[in-house]
Design a protein around this ligand. Structure first.
Ligand code: GLY
Length: 368
């Protein structure tokens, strides 16, 4: 249960009112498309451009969060359409990768959890089965993409799908696969100072990591903030689903690093915590995802610094929200990767803003 100061509660209520108005309009206007980022104020439609794109579950997931909080039918109708749009992607085996967790965890699994829909349960379990089959049992990692033997920290947000499947069908194999991957991530992706490696290259036969890559961060050895955020939220989710204390400690370590990094930047989230002062890029998507993880970490530990951290990050980015009709998305100033060299808006930033606000209002459900 979150109890905010009256000042913070009023701020959350103000943001919620604007957010709810805009999302209701979007649910109606965008329900037959899969939004990703805006160009000239209008969302690109991934149903047309790339149905297997990893972010294609976020709009559906946001609609389920809103349906759960408001019980308005428009959100349910629109969310069900999102799930249907993804059907062709689920059977395109060669294009499936570990992001199946993002895609069907936020759509089919959420739909089943909230409505009991049997067809959605079947799709979610199918997706979880494909995800668990990506585990390399020699080298103890879930393979990220369909090329070289990479694990990426982002996968910490895909494996909650496996904890769910484990309980849903009463089969521990899913949980063992998730824990094997989470333990590898703790060993190989988290550095001693609490910063996180985006990509590890594994020796598939003998195990062990042969190389680390910069991925979407600034450079090899740097600290990409969204990767750090995937770790913050991912490790607390592994703790919530398993009760294993080692994941809670891992979460504290990566969160403390995140909080130190934003404190040095006036609570704004840089795209990479170790990049040079110029060019200095902001990634609000990272701040929002981490804030959601910090709120869960606060709920588990009762340590105020995590709730304060989350609220400070949110408040510091308020100037980057657009609630009027000039742009279909809300959160501006996010980055796909440091090397792209420009800030954009991304559907998952809006998702995590929505999730964070609902958490602070105690009207969320744990969609992960
Ligand atoms: N999971 C890919 C990204 O964070 O951009």
């Amino acid at each position: 249960m979150i109890n905010l100061s009256s000042e913070n509660a009023a701020w959350v209520e103000k943001i919620w009112n604007s957010l709810a108005k805009k999302l209701e309009k979007n649910a109606s206007a965008l329900q037959d498309t899969i939004p990703y980022m805006t160009e000239g104020g209008k969302y690109t439609d991934m149903a047309q451009k790339n149905i297997n794109w990893w972010t294609n579950g976020f709009f559906g997931g946001m609609l389920w969060l809103m349906y759960n909080a408001t019980k308005k039918e428009i959100y349910k109708t629109a969310a069900e359409k999102q799930e249907k749009l993804l059907d062709t992607a689920l059977l395109n085996y060669d294009k499936l990768d570990h992001d199946i967790g993002f895609m069907w965890g936020l759509t089919s699994k959420a739909q089943y959890v909230l409505t009991g829909d049997k067809d959605s349960r079947r799709k979610a379990l199918f997706a979880a089965s494909v995800l668990s089959s990506r585990l390399n049992t020699n080298a103890h990692f879930i393979k990220a993409w369909n090329g070289r033997p990479y694990s990426i920290i982002d996968c910490m947000m895909n494996i909650p799908m496996l904890y769910w499947a484990s309980k849903e069908v009463g089969d521990k194999r899913f949980e063992y696969a998730a824990e094997m991957h989470a333990d590898m991530s703790m060993r190989e992706h988290i550095r001693d100072d609490g910063s996180v490696v985006h990509i590890c290259v594994h020796n598939e036969e003998k195990g062990g990591v042969t190389e680390t890559l910069a991925g979407q961060g600034y450079a090899v050895g740097s600290a990409w903030s969204r990767g750090q955020a995937w770790a913050v939220y991912g490790f607390i989710l592994s703790y919530i689903h398993t009760g294993e204390k080692r994941y809670l400690e891992a979460c504290r370590k990566v969160t403390d690093y995140f909080l130190e990094g934003v404190k040095k930047n006036g609570c704004k989230t840089p795209t990479d915590f170790t990049s040079p002062q110029e060019p200095h890029y902001i990634d609000n998507s990272a701040g929002l995802c981490a804030a959601c993880g910090m709120i869960e970490l606060y709920k588990v530990t009762g340590e105020e610094k995590y709730l304060d951290g989350a609220v400070s990050i949110l408040k510091a980015m308020e100037e980057d929200f657009i609630f009027d009709d000039s742009n279909e998305s809300i959160v501006q100033n996010c980055m796909v990767s440091y090397s792209e060299g420009k800030e954009v808006d991304l559907i998952y930033a809006d998702f995590f803003l929505c999730e964070a606000i609902l958490k602070l209002k105690n009207t969320d459900f744990l969609i992960w």
